[in-house]
Design a protein around this ligand. Structure first.
Ligand code: FAD
Ligand code: UDP
Length: 400
């Protein structure tokens, strides 16, 4: 019945770039069950199968692989990201080498504009932003730095996401670009969030208008889903989609578990729910070639209910007479997308982490299971490191 349910649900999956018919299950017993087919789960499954010869069952409650990086062709034939824009960027050669085993790349440097009272200006704030916003002609980095210094409000100890920005650029730019956006995105004031959140976005005195400065920035040439299909296409890996862990746990005996879902859920919310932030994605196809000049336009104003609009063809390089866009509406309810970085949440996570450390035969990996605001490359790095530790332990005689 379990398998029938999985097949029934999987048959309603939207077409993916190049559909693979997953064998449902071929074994009665697996060495490892991997819960979650996102970056954390897929990297673990691939390494365990190809690197250690383990027989692996991957289970995901969604009807598709690739986790939040899932992309597919929409009804208009445009490749879209179901869960919002995913741009791959990293400084790690090891991570690029690993993923390059499963995909070629399309070089892509991400650029974002912010809509400030109807004018589009570069975000992160750079010299062009300052000149456009204040009608200035700052010509050098030194002039831009002096301008920012004249507005910055020194903060004794930079602790929160408000401190980080106000101490660098002052209150006016903080209110224009960060206060409204952050309140919408997190449902919290920047002063209630760890400094690491807004510190993700730098301030520049030059005219570099790229969102990221990592040495490697690219999109998987045939999309993320295709890359995941290649990772999981191994004779030692079976994939069960549309099935929750609690349905699969006892049906498929396994010696080890890799869990990449929310850690509080795994432990039955014993200490209460860990806060996660969610989003509602409104996808639209427009019968025009282009909608906006860059892939992402941010809307920092508190008067606009969404945070950003993404137009995928800029990311993917796809040519088409129509175009597809997504509005992101932040939400307190729905799938858990973002751990919320603040001290009290970290304390609660630490209590769950103590349970995780004591839980024999289970590895917790990924953004939800380790409650970390990780980018894709960081999750890949974390999974590769977790696999190496496991493989090392299994090489020791009499290891559990
Ligand atoms: P996930 O991708 O969430 O995968 C976990 C999987 O586990 C899910 O598919 C879920 O269905 C499954 N699961 C959970 N619980 C269960 C259960 N009980 N039973 C069965 N299955 C279960 N990163 C970047 O590097 N660049 C970007 O541009 C970028 N943009 C982003 C934009 C948005 C809107 C979001 C939300 C994230 C973005 N990220 C980006 C982060 C990126 O999505 C994550 O780093 C990455 O996808 C995390 O992978 P993961 O495997 O840990 O988690
Ligand atoms: N942020 C903001 N205004 C912006 C862009 C970002 O206030 O125009 C803040 C906001 O709090 C956001 C955080 O910086 O959540 C990190 O931004 P990033 O673009 O990295 O978010 P992600 O892509 O992970 O959603």
């Amino acid at each position: 019945a379990l398998i029938d349910a999985a097949i029934a649900r999987a048959s309603h999956v939207q077409p993916i770039v190049s559909p693979v018919a997953w064998p449902v299950t071929t074994r009665e017993r697996y060495d490892v069950m991997v819960v979650g087919a996102g970056f954390a789960g897929a990297v673990m499954a691939e390494r365990l199968a190809a690197g250690s010869g383990k027989r692996v069952l991957v289970v995901d409650r969604r009807p598709h692989v690739a986790g939040n990086a899932y992309d597919h062709l929409d009804a208009g034939g445009v490749l879209i990201h179901q869960y919002g824009p995913h741009i791959f960027h990293t400084n790690s050669g090891e991570i690029v080498d690993y993923l390059s085993g499963f995909t070629d790349w399309r070089p892509y440097e991400h650029r974002v504009l912010a809509d400030v009272r109807g004018t589009l200006v570069p975000m992160p704030i750079n010299r062009t932003t300052l000149n456009a916003l204040y009608g200035l002609e700052l010509g050098t980095e030194a002039e831009a730095a002096a301008f920012l210094a004249s507005r910055a409000e020194p903060v004794d100890v930079v602790r929160t996401s408000a401190d980080v920005v106000i101490s660098a650029v002052g209150r006016d730019l903080y209110e224009t670009f960060f206060e409204g956006y952050t309140r919408k995105q997190w449902g919290l004031d920047p002063s209630e969030l760890d400094k690491s959140v807004t510190a993700r976005v730098p301030t520049r005195t030059n005219t570099d208008d790229r969102y990221f400065t990592d040495s490697f920035q690219a999109m998987p040439l045939d999309g993320y889903t295709r890359m995941f299909e290649r990772m999981l296409d191994h004779p030692n890996i079976d994939v069960l989609l549309g099935v929750d862990y609690h349905e699969a746990r006892d049906a498929y005996p396994h010696d080890h578990l890799v869990f990449t879902g929310p850690i509080d859920e795994y432990f039955g919310y014993r200490y209460g729910q860990l806060p996660y932030r969610s989003l509602r994605f409104q996808h639209e196809t427009l019968s025009q070639e282009w909608h906006q000049p860059v892939a992402v336009v941010n809307y920092p104003s508190p008067d606009v209910p969404y945070t950003r609009v993404t137009e995928y063809k800029h990311l993917t390089g796809q040519q088409a007479p129509n175009t597809s866009i997504t509005y992101e509406y932040p939400s307190a309810t729905g799938d858990p997308y973002y751990p919320i970085p603040r001290a009290e949440n970290q304390e609660l996570f630490k209590r769950y982490e103590a349970l995780a450390i004591a839980e024999a035969g289970v590895s917790f990996v990924g953004r939800l299971a380790t409650y970390r605001y990780y980018n894709m490359d960081q999750v890949v790095g974390q999974a590769l490191a977790t696999y190496r530790r496991l493989a090392e332990r299994w090489r020791e005689p009499d290891a559990p």
